[in-house]
Structure formats: C-alpha cells, structure tokens
Design a binder for this molecule. Structure first.
Ligand code: CP
Length: 310
C-alpha cells in the first residue's frame, strides 16, 4: 500500500521520477488526448475536512482522466457533523474497499494517522501546517518547465512561512533538488529555526529578493493565528506585499508564484499576480498532471519508478 504522506523521506530520484511522470501527462492533457484506463475499476475517495478549490477539483479530474471511479465525500453533510471521529469516518470508508483516499485535514499528522488505519493507499492533500506534497511537486514542475532546472536556482519563499504547509513541502523538495532557498517575512511569521536547516532567513524583501529567480508568495493564514500575532493588512502589504517595486529587487527574468487562494492586496498586488512574470495560472494547470502522476504511482503499484511513493 504505497502512500504519499509528504515530501519528507522522498529521495531526489523519487521526486524526479514523479516530476517526469507528470511532465508526460502535461503533454497528454494539452493534446486533449485524455482517455486513459490506467485506473479503470479502481475507486478513489476524496475526503476533505478543510475547504479547497484547486486541490480537490484537480484530484477529481486527475482520477477521472485515469479512468477511476471518483467519489467526493461531502464532509459538511456527513456524519462528521454528528460527532463521528476522523478514524471512524476513515474506517467506514475503508469498509467500501477504495483503492486510494485523498485526505485534507486541519490537524498536522492526521493524514499519517489515517494511513495507519486503512487498507488502501492514502495521499496527503494538506494536513494542518505540516505538508502539502502535491503542491510542492506541481510548483517544482512549473519551475522546471520555465527554467529548465531546479538546482542552483534562488527561490525566495515570502510571507507566512510559520503556518504554511506549502512552504514546508517546498523547502523540503527544493533543497532536495539543490535549489538555494531564502525565507522572507516578519520575524513572527518566519521561525528562526529554519536557519538550523541552512536556509537564509531575512525580514527584508529587498535583501530576500535580491537576485532571486523565483519569488514564491504565501497566503497570510489568519485562520491559523488564533491568539498570536495578526498583522494589519495595510502594514503587511506595505512591508511584505509583492508589488512591482519590490519585484524589481529580483532578477529581471524572475518568475512569480502563489499556491492560491490569493489575498489580493494583502500578500500580492493584483498587477503582479496578473502580470507577465506570473506563473500562478500555470501552477493550477500543472496540478492536474502532478496529481495524475501521483495517483498512478500509488494506485497502479510499484515498478517502473513508482517507488517514488512509500
Ligand atoms: N493551493 C491549494 O491547496 O489550494 P486549495 O486550498 O484551493 O486547494
């Protein structure tokens, strides 16, 4: 039962194998040659305890394009609302013999716990502030298609790193592929402990974006800040919001990314989000190809490089 629970633990060849598989799916998608039966007769359940636009819809499309039967569990209308626990919910779905459950949950570690309880493969679609592995894979695929490589690129990850599973998965993946990663943001939102991982950490957008190839902005996750520092929007945008003036600190051919959903005017100026250096829409497109690659690897089994998932 291979799972994809995080980028942590994946080797460089395993990551590259998933990116290469996804790359092939991009071409298939663009030719609108979408009929595949790799997962025909297989069942995929999407179990999202947190809201999602991109991740849930692209996992659904990815499964359907591979021929799987895909069921979206409507958590808000389920017996979770009557108090059924995560594990009881998982065991109930497990009794229907799915081949893979794609899970998003607000608690870090919840997806790994669930994976211990069920008989099928489990894919992490985001757990708390822990990991969002398919987001990091789609970000890497997007970067590689534009820059031709990941190694030796300078990637500035900016904003609310502390609460971001996207940042954590990207840090793990980008450093595994030998990129230079810088973290930029207010000290309350960028834990200094990341310095122990050999990363550069700065509060200054000017210093952090200097010579950057990629500027990756993060959403200010105010829903995860109960009781802690919540910056004012106006102040945050002034110092850490990416506008054209700050983007000019990066290399002239720097590319701008954001996992979405965006808070326009908070962490990113609409002129930059929709500007010529933005890859934000392409990131969404890559999401389908990456999730096809991951589903194929976990469900269709090992061999031919599918060792990329554990
Ligand atoms: N990037 C991302 O995970 O978006 P959703 O929350 O819309 O799935």
């Amino acid at each position: 039962r291979p799972h994809l629970l995080g980028i942590e633990g994946l080797s460089k060849p395993e990551i590259l194998d998933l990116l290469d598989r996804a790359e092939a799916f991009v071409d298939i998608e663009r030719q609108k040659n979408r009929r595949r039966d790799t997962l025909a007769g297989r069942t995929q359940i999407n179990l999202f305890f947190e809201n999602s636009t991109r991740t849930q819809s692209s996992f659904e499309l990815a499964g359907k394009r591979l021929g799987a039967d895909v069921m979206n569990m409507a958590v808000s209308q389920s017996s979770v609302k009557k108090g059924e626990t995560l594990i009881d919910t998982a065991m109930t779905l497990n009794a229907m013999n799915p081949d893979v459950i794609v899970v998003r949950h607000h608690a870090s570690g919840a997806v790994a716990l669930l994976a211990q309880k069920v008989d099928c493969s489990v894919v992490n679609a985001g757990d708390g502030s822990h990991e969002h592995p398919t987001q990091a894979l789609l970000d890497a695929l997007t970067i590689r298609r534009h820059k031709g490589r990941i190694e030796r690129l300078t990637v500035a990850i900016c904003g609310d790193v502390a609460h971001s599973r996207v940042a954590r998965s990207n840090i793990l993946l980008l450093t595994a592929l030998d990129a230079r990663v810088r973290l930029v943001g207010p000290s309350t939102l960028v834990p200094g402990a990341f310095r122990d991982m050999g990363l550069e950490v700065t509060t200054s957008m000017k210093d952090g974006l200097k010579d950057a190839d990629i500027v990756m902005m993060l959403r200010l996750q105010r829903e995860r800040m109960q009781g802690s520092f919540v910056p004012s929007v106006r102040e945050y945008f002034r110092y850490w919001g990416l506008d054209e003036e700050k983007l000019a600190y990066a290399k002239p051919d720097a590319l701008v990314m954001h996992p979405g959903p965006m808070n326009r005017g908070v962490e990113i100026d609409p002129a930059v989000a929709d500007g010529p250096q933005s890859l934000i829409r392409e990131q969404v497109e890559m999401g389908v190809a990456v999730r096809m690659a991951v589903l194929e690897a976990v469900v269709a089994g090992r061999g031919n490089g599918a060792e990329a998932v554990r």
